[in-house]
Design a protein around this ligand. Structure first.
Ligand SMILES: NC(=O)c1ccc[n+]([C@@H]2O[C@H](COP(=O)([O-])OP(=O)(O)OC[C@H]3O[C@@H](n4cnc5c(N)ncnc54)[C@H](O)[C@@H]3O)[C@@H](O)[C@H]2O)c1
Length: 269
């Protein structure tokens, strides 16, 4: 890992107190980036920032932030600028899931998932882009927004209709954001994981048993590996950090509107 690859990058990353966001934050800092870790769980976000600062290289601050609130997104942007002078990259990672069969979806399930996964992504993109536009274009490189999609951004899954709807929305925000922000020298890309072992998936594994879609804990992992993946194992946050690092780095300067699948080949099945 090149400890200077992301030097000079000031990155706001949402939902990075744990899971994939935390792994990415640590990987970016190890490559020299400065991080604002914005998460609903302010205590865990603060611990993550402490770990990053203790490791040396890139610096980190933590902000308690509910990404569904515009003012919290704006405050996280302001904190990033106050700490590091500017913002170059926004990575919109906060998300959640709660499976339901189609006829069991209710308004609460719909509103919770759509608000956190899709509406909040739009809010975050807009608030970060507003700051980037105010800063004026950088001389050599575009600003970057990076959206976290999912296999559910392009594959319909019977047990998670609302999650699919929300993540198809993340793909649309990536495409439309790329169109709408190009004139400001801001690129918009994303990545789409499949099964990543994180607290989100551990909860999902339990919930799938609760709704009767799977018979026992761990069965969802086994079924997906056997029936859907070309690479015959689930993934871990460390499987994601390389692609995420590429997308926030200068190496991805000449791409916009793309969602890269990191899903063990699920999306071609
Ligand atoms: N784990 C997977 O298999 C998988 C697969 C595809 C996509 N994803 C996506 O990757 C992203 C990260 O997932 P993960 O598995 O690391 O999840 P996780 O549950 O481990 O972590 C999610 C983080 O988001 C934070 N968060 C939740 N709601 C928030 C809010 N309103 N405001 C601010 N922060 C909030 C949580 O506090 C937590 O720290 C999500 O967008 C998820 O949909 C995950």
């Amino acid at each position: 890992m090149d400890p200077t690859r992301l030097q000079g990058k000031n990155i706001l990353i949402t939902g990075a107190a744990r899971g994939m966001g935390a792994a990415n934050a640590e990987a970016f800092a190890a490559q020299g980036a400065n991080l604002c870790i914005a998460d609903l769980d302010g205590d865990e976000a603060a611990k993550m920032a402490e770990r990053i600062n203790a490791a040396g290289n890139g610096k980190a601050i933590a902000v308690t932030c509910d990404v569904t609130r515009r003012e919290d997104n704006a405050a996280a942007v302001a904190a990033t600028v106050e700490a590091f002078g500017s913002i170059n990259v926004g990575l919109f990672n906060a998300g959640l899931n709660k499976p339901r069969f189609f006829m069991d979806i209710d308004e609460d399930n719909w509103d919770m998932i759509m608000t956190v996964n899709t509406k909040a992504m739009w809010l975050g993109m807009q608030e970060v882009a507003r700051q980037m536009i105010a800063q004026g274009p950088m001389a050599d490189h575009p600003y970057k927004l990076v959206n976290v999609g999912s296999i559910a951004s392009r594959k319909p899954l019977v047990d998670v209709t609302v999650y699919c709807t929300s993540k198809y929305g993340c793909l649309a925000l990536t495409h439309c954001g790329a169109l709408g922000l190009a004139e400001h020298n801001i690129t918009v890309n994303g990545y789409a994981p499949g099964v990543v072992v994180t607290p989100l998936w551990e909860q999902l594994d339990k919930d799938l048993v609760d709704i009767g879609f799977k018979q026992k804990a761990g069965q969802a992992y086994e079924d997906i590996v056997r029936d859907a993946l070309q690479i015959k194992r689930v993934s871990y946050p460390e499987d994601i950090t390389g692609t995420a690092s590429f997308l926030v780095s200068d190496d991805s300067d000449y791409m916009t509107g793309q969602m890269i699948h990191i899903d063990g080949g699920w999306c071609i099945q």
